[in-house]
Design a binder for this molecule. Structure first.
Ligand code: SF4
Length: 252
């Protein structure tokens, strides 16, 4: 039933392109997985809509090749100096702080309540969805006050959206390249200010060592690899998460 989603892991592994060039394909496969889930009639629609930006105030973790792909795209923009200024400003405000000590600050790509890099936004941004925009708005208010707030996020969408990036991380591990999750703004700040960063990273240097947000355990990725390639296991897992979500959404 979920064939295309399950095969998306092996699909990313099979790419023989330079690793940074795989990123746009990975984004497209993530979007396709979400679309396949959205087509399941029993699953209610999410509350996400254009102009709702509550989730664009939180820290975002991205893989190193995504950082370079996004940085390279940004450099081609006619207003690149202005974009760089916004990134630099956010970098200063964040000052390497992490949740819950991180100031509540909009992503520098948020313009008029919309993502200005929507087409090539990070994979993590593609993963988030919510069944309640009210809870998201409250979450943002609570965050400013240092309080937590439960948001009914779309778990099945998150699960299927994480399949392609997991394959990309497996590739990075196999290639001996730095693979931890990097804080988006810190990573872009470094990639856009250090012209040697991409080449050094491609040569196996841990150029983002000071920007790590999500530490990845390579053993967990290697262990997960066989499960991701096990069609029956994945079918069962996706079906289980889907059924749990359909049930839990009834109470919202
Ligand atoms: S990159 Fe775009 S979607 Fe992601 S947090 Fe920033 S504005 Fe939001």
């Amino acid at each position: 039933m979920h064939n295309r989603i399950i095969k998306s892991y092996a699909e990313v592994l099979r790419f023989s392109l330079p690793v940074i060039d795989i990123v746009p394909h990975m984004f497209a496969i993530q979007d396709r997985n979400i679309k396949d889930i959205n087509n399941i009639p029993q699953l209610p629609k999410t509350a996400c809509h254009k102009g709702c930006d509550s989730c664009c105030y939180i820290q975002v973790s991205v893989s190193p090749p995504e950082i370079f792909y996004i940085a390279n795209r940004l450099k081609t923009f006619h207003n690149f100096p202005e974009i760089l200024e916004r990134i630099d400003k956010s970098f200063e405000v964040m000052n390497h702080k992490r949740h819950p000590n991180r100031p509540v600050h909009p992503c520098p790509f948020l313009v008029d309540h919309q993502c200005s890099i929507y087409e090539f936004r990070p994979g993590t941004c593609r993963q988030f969805s919510s069944y309640s925009d009210k809870a998201c708005k409250q979450g943002l208010i609570n965050q400013e006050k240092g309080l937590e707030c439960e948001v009914p996020t779309g778990q099945i969408r998150m699960h299927v959206c994480q399949i392609p990036p997991t394959a990309l991380v497996k590739k990075l591990i196999d290639m001996g390249l730095e693979f931890h999750g990097i804080e988006l703004i810190e990573g872009l700040h470094l990639a856009l200010h250090d012209p040697t960063a991409q080449e050094r990273w491609l040569n196996g240097e841990a150029v983002f060592a000071d920007c790590v947000l999500g530490v990845v355990n390579p053993n967990e990725i290697i262990e997960a690899h066989s499960r991701f390639l096990n069609h029956d296991f994945m079918e069962m897992l996706i079906q289980k998460v889907l059924e749990m979500e359909i049930e839990s959404v009834k109470s919202i």
